[in-house]
Design a protein around this ligand. Structure first.
Ligand code: CA
Length: 264
């Protein structure tokens, strides 16, 4: 089966990709993964999406590949022989803001990535669904290639502005430091204001998996509240719906400030 027919199949499956242009761009993805089967699996799925891939098995070869050619995104394993994924990322970030999606078997790596603040853009835990990974890659590519003029993506609530395309939360002019999953959680909740969502639904949307440690949702809600709520025991934005889940308070939308008393 040739590349042409695979691309056609991918386009038929998801018409919105034509509008977003990723089929025409032939974005190039660098996959750094030492396990050949996993690397191959990722490669096959991404190529089905009309993307070009290059698979290397070490971080050192990954750095060589980046020197030798243009890439639009990196899919990075953490456990690698020689230089590991963390060191790779730290090295890369000295020179490049290229989007990086980490794929790791260890849940604890996520905390390490966030804790170190070494600039991964996303995190997918093994065993992962290749479809979920492909969707994440597409989402990051859309952000990378979308022009700000044709994408209005600001959600205002209270004194905050959430830029969903630029992946930034601002309070007034200053940036609120959110970990990637906190940001995804906020995007998930604000995408359906007023709608109560179960932790299971949130987990599936934000973590991209159907089964796992659902309590992580409550932990991330707490972390997010600490960063955006004035009073975490009486949250204004992210409400707890007892015995059900969470809901984003729609009354806070629209950019009126509730803090400081400037709205009147
Ligand atoms: Ca590995």
């Amino acid at each position: 089966m040739g590349i042409y027919s695979e691309r056609t199949a991918a386009v038929n499956r998801e018409p919105d990709r034509i509008r977003n242009g990723s089929a025409d761009m032939r974005a190039r993805i660098l996959i750094i993964e030492d396990e050949p089967e996993i690397g191959e699996l990722i490669s096959v799925y991404l190529e089905r999406e009309g993307l070009e891939t290059k698979h290397v098995r070490t971080a050192e070869l990954g750095l060589d590949a980046l020197e030798g050619g243009e890439f639009d995104l990196v899919v990075l394993d953490i456990n690698l022989p020689g230089m590991d994924g963390f060191e790779f990322l730290q090295t890369l970030r000295k020179e490049s803001a290229l989007p990086v999606i980490i794929v790791s078997a260890r849940n604890a790596d996520e905390d390490l990535v966030l804790g170190l603040g070494i600039g991964a853009d996303d995190f997918v835990t093994k065993p992962f669904s290749p479809r979920v990974l492909a969707a994440r890659v597409r989402a990051h590519l859309r952000r990378r290639f979308s022009s700000p003029e044709n994408e209005t993506s600001e959600i205002r609530f209270g004194p905050y502005t959430l830029d969903t395309a630029g992946n930034v939360l601002r309070r007034g002019e200053s940036r609120v430091g959110l970990a990637p999953k906190e940001l995804e959680l906020l995007k998930c909740l604000t995408s359906r204001p007023g709608e109560a969502m179960t932790p299971e639904t949130i987990y599936e949307e934000v973590w991209g998996r159907m089964y796992g440690d659902i309590s992580t949702v409550a932990i991330h809600v707490q972390r997010l509240r600490k960063k955006i709520e004035k009073n975490t025991s009486n949250p204004r934005y992210i409400e707890t719906i007892k015995g059900f889940g969470y809901r984003f308070n729609p009354d806070t939308l629209g950019g009126k400030s509730f803090e400081g008393g400037e709205s009147r």
